[in-house]
Design a protein around this ligand. Structure first.
Ligand code: SAH
Length: 348
């Protein structure tokens, strides 16, 4: 009964206290999860109907100057086969994607100094000129306020930068000491001030994560009010210090997707590739728990296996068109529809 009351309160007020969130997560069961998902679906249907937005993910570089302990493309991974896409290759991905109905292109990569600010700005403005009806999302890590502003003026309207964990001590266990939560958060605030639609988020079940950490993540998300929230299970990569650590679970990830939908009912929440990697129907279940975005891969087939953030990543052998059609089938199988649209955030 207490659990049902908490979920009702969350769905009515779009908020809970720290202690209530902790209690809700700690005492979750299969039955309470079903009730939560029902409420989360109601909220998403009220805001976005049965539409699922798609984003074409272009993984344009796996060079990275950072050494995050969880990530397969970290600087110290000597086994990573490094690549960079040229401007022409990126534009080709967009052309293929546009034909397939994509109206958002997400340029994601490691923090690669090769792509100086002027190079990124030039790529962004060319895409924008060629596809004025499309949104461009950047996900290239931490840069200065001025850099972010330059990219925005070049035509990038959205930016994905997961905060990774809102707990200071936890942050220091996932990252080397040259990276700080303070700077990560400052980047998020800068992006918002400049006018981007901003996405933050975290990994579920990353090493050393406790329920307290997760509650802090949720409170930070509520306070920051991002337009987009990306969460997915942590999955170990064999060539990282976290090799052998257990992956995050489907069950907890889905439960948190439901909570986030109710905390920010108008937000855009992807059912991530990582979720599809730990369970064959992970992304469908994510949508049924409250997610409303999918991000299939548009990267050229020959580099896909090289952008390995974690082991066993799905779809690395497919062509963009196959991914698009496969996702459409999956989404229609649960009564939702993949739409051709920029899919902007409607409410914040
Ligand atoms: N360099 C960019 C993009 C990072 S990759 C940036 O700093 O934002 C995108 C996301 O993948 C990361 O934010 C992280 O949350 C996630 N990720 C990295 N390694 C992972 C792993 N082993 N398991 C699951 N997710 C991972």
């Amino acid at each position: 009964m207490i659990m049902i009351n908490l979920i009702d309160k969350l769905s009515r007020e779009n908020n809970l206290t720290r202690d209530e969130l902790h209690f809700l997560i700690e005492n979750r069961t299969k039955e309470t999860a079903e009730y939560l998902f029902e409420k989360a679906r109601q909220a998403r249907i009220q805001n976005y109907g049965y539409d699922v937005y798609m984003r074409g993910l272009i993984e344009f570089t796996n060079y990275c100057k950072n050494d995050c302990y969880y990530c397969g493309i970290r600087k110290s991974n000597r086994n990573a086969d490094r690549y960079r896409l040229t401007k022409e290759q990126i534009l080709h991905c967009c052309a293929v994607g546009y034909e397939l109905g994509f109206r958002t292109f997400v340029l994601q990569g490691g923090e690669d100094g090769y792509y100086r600010d002027d190079i990124i700005a030039d790529i962004v403005s060319t895409i924008k000129t060629n596809y004025p009806d499309c949104a461009i999302t950047l996900s290239i890590g931490e840069r200065s306020y001025e850099s972010y502003k330059l990219f925005f003026e070049a035509g990038a309207e959205r930016y994905l930068l997961r905060h990774e964990t809102a707990n200071l001590e936890h942050y220091s266990k996932l990252h080397p000491s040259n990276l700080s939560l303070e700077n990560r958060k400052q980047c998020l605030y800068n992006l918002k001030e400049i006018g981007y639609q901003v996405g933050c988020g975290f990994m579920v079940g990353s090493p050393f994560q406790t329920i307290d950490c997760i509650v802090e993540d949720l409170l930070f998300i509520k306070e920051f009010r991002p337009h987009m929230v990306g969460i997915g299970p942590f999955i170990p990569h064999k060539d990282t210090p976290f090799e052998g650590k257990p992956a995050g679970t489907l069950e907890l990830t889905l439960f948190l997707l439901g909570i986030i939908r109710l905390l920010l009912p108008g937000s855009l929440i992807p059912a991530t590739t990582a979720l599809g990697t730990i369970h064959p129907r992970g992304r469908e279940l994510g949508i049924l728990a409250g997610a409303n975005v999918v991000m299939p891969n548009l990267s050229p087939a020959d580099v896909r296996k090289k952008y390995m953030l974690y082991d066993n990543k799905i779809c690395t052998g497919d062509e963009a068109a196959e991914c698009r059609m496969c996702l459409q089938r999956r989404i229609e199988s649960i009564g939702y529809r993949l739409v051709v649209s920029r899919g902007d955030c409607k409410y914040i």
